[in-house]
Design a binder for this molecule. Structure first.
Ligand code: SF4
Ligand code: SF4
Length: 464
């Protein structure tokens, strides 16, 4: 191979088109085959549950439903009420720390493979390629004057984009109890219409027009990721020592004294954010690995070993020593500890979700009333919440060491509607002389599934 002329003219043909993104031109990234390209297609699978989720049923009800009207959030057989919303904090903490760990170990791997922006953009550009052709043909088409053919192609492309964007917007709303039938019959509220329009418009604009701008200039994560990575983070890295001094092949041959980079710009051509990885690690790099695929293909073509661009850490690249295993890195250990804590609290919260909530409020104004017969009366408000999706019959009782403590009325079974809080007023009466040093009262509320107790006090003038 060394002495043979290497046929790379086609690589250089369009090389001038691909320069680092400075934000002044629309990026039409080239598509090349390779293992990271395949991995990206595979990663799309993580979004399949999003589109299928609203159609699953559980106990004859939508399995995942955010019922805003009734302030209930159903996840299969778990129903979460606003009282338990603290768990959402744990979910958010868990997800943000998971993102931090991923970033510390593998950079913006989430952006490169799993982020909705990346995936929607991938799908939109694939459609663009089907309709308008290769990046070179697209660039040419963009420069052409308006013609019937140009309008036809643009119309087809934008119609498909809008259909996908609308499908995304409607799918999102299905999680909130709206149905396709509601949309078809026009029986949706103006709020639903506005939210659907905002989500669909966002998908259309961000994936269709503001692709790399979103990753570079809008996404806040791009700005903070630098704080999470260090020299040990494994990122797509250009092997400066091997590649430089870069230079084009002369008459199909390597020039003596030059490195392995033949300056073909294919790594820039495939980059969805228009980064030139040879300039070092940049915040615009979403670590998708597509430049690795491109460069490997070039290296194969010119008879050099693959890996001029590869996933490695800066430390490894500089010292040529193996990377420190990620679980021994202090920042990963700290992130993992917080992650474990958030997950433990979340699991504890889910395992301890009870179908009923009980609070007892003692009347404060006044704390007690002396009745005409000299006995003392205390008033309590029992607030019972039914956290199930069925009407809940409950029984109330109490226990205390106060002699002859009795309720003004006998307790009957009380029905609590699903998702509701009901206030039940209880008046307890005792003679002051019967109240000893232990003036505790324990209310017991029983439903079919659970029994809850609440400890409170019985006040008299002696308690003051
Ligand atoms: S790094 Fe590889 S793909 Fe990029 S210009 Fe050099 S040889 Fe071409
Ligand atoms: S530089 Fe390489 S890894 Fe980074 S975004 Fe561009 S193609 Fe992906």
């Amino acid at each position: 191979m060394k002495d043979k002329k290497i046929q790379v003219e086609n690589l250089y043909e369009d090389g001038e088109l691909w320069v680092q993104n400075l934000g002044d031109k629309t990026i039409h990234a080239k598509r090349m085959n390779g293992k990271f390209r395949n991995l990206k297609w595979l990663a799309i699978v993580v979004w399949v549950p999003f589109f299928m989720g609203p159609y699953f049923t559980w106990n004859d009800k939508q399995a995942i439903l955010f019922d805003i009207d009734n302030r209930q959030y159903h996840l299969f057989n778990i129903t979460i009420f606003p009282q338990d919303i603290w768990m959402l904090t744990m979910v958010l903490l868990f997800l943000s720390i998971l993102l931090a760990i991923m970033t510390a170990v593998l950079g913006r791997i989430f952006c490169g493979y799993f982020c909705f922006q990346t995936i929607w953009t991938d799908i939109f550009t694939k459609i663009e390629q089907w309709v308008e052709g290769t990046p070179v043909q697209r660039l040419k088409l963009d420069k052409e004057p308006v013609s019937f053919n140009k309008l036809r192609l643009k119309l087809v492309k934008h119609s498909i984009w809008i259909a996908i964007a609308l499908f995304s917007g409607v799918t999102w709303m299905l999680y909130f109890g709206v149905t396709w039938t509601d949309y078809v019959k026009g029986e949706i509220t103006s709020t639903t219409m506005v939210i659907t329009a905002i989500i669909s418009f966002g998908a259309y604009v961000f994936a269709g027009f503001m692709r790399e701008q979103t990753c570079l200039w809008i996404c806040p994560y791009a700005r903070i990721q630098g704080a999470m990575i260090d020299e040990q983070s494994i990122l797509p890295t250009y092997d400066y020592y091997r590649g430089e001094r870069r230079g084009r092949l002369k008459k199909g041959k390597f020039v003596k004294g030059f490195g392995d980079c033949i300056d073909c710009h294919q790594c820039v051509a495939v980059c969805p954010t228009g980064v030139d990885i040879r300039k070092g690690q940049e915040y615009g790099c979403i670590t998708c690995g597509l430049c690795i695929d491109a460069c490997d293909l070039v290296m194969e073509k010119v008879g050099k070993s693959k890996g001029l661009i590869c996933y490695t850490s800066l430390a490894e690249m500089k010292s040529n020593k193996p990377v420190k295993v990620f679980y021994k890195r202090p920042r990963v250990i700290i992130y993992a500890s917080v992650l474990f804590l958030a997950l433990s609290i979340l699991v504890y919260g889910i395992l301890n979700l009870v179908p009923m909530d009980l609070k007892v409020l003692h009347d404060r104004q006044p704390l007690f009333v002396q009745l005409s017969d000299g006995s003392i009366r205390n008033k309590y408000e029992l607030k019972v919440m039914n956290k199930t999706d069925k009407i809940m019959p409950i029984s109330i009782s109490f226990s205390s060491k106060i002699k002859n403590l009795k309720s003004k009325k006998s307790f009957k079974t009380v029905m609590i509607p699903s998702g509701n809080v009901k206030s039940i007023y209880v008046y307890l009466i005792a003679l002051e002389s019967d109240v000893g040093s232990d003036n505790n009262v324990i209310f017991v509320v029983k439903s079919e599934q659970v029994t809850l107790e609440y400890k409170t006090l019985f006040f008299t003038s002696k308690s003051m």
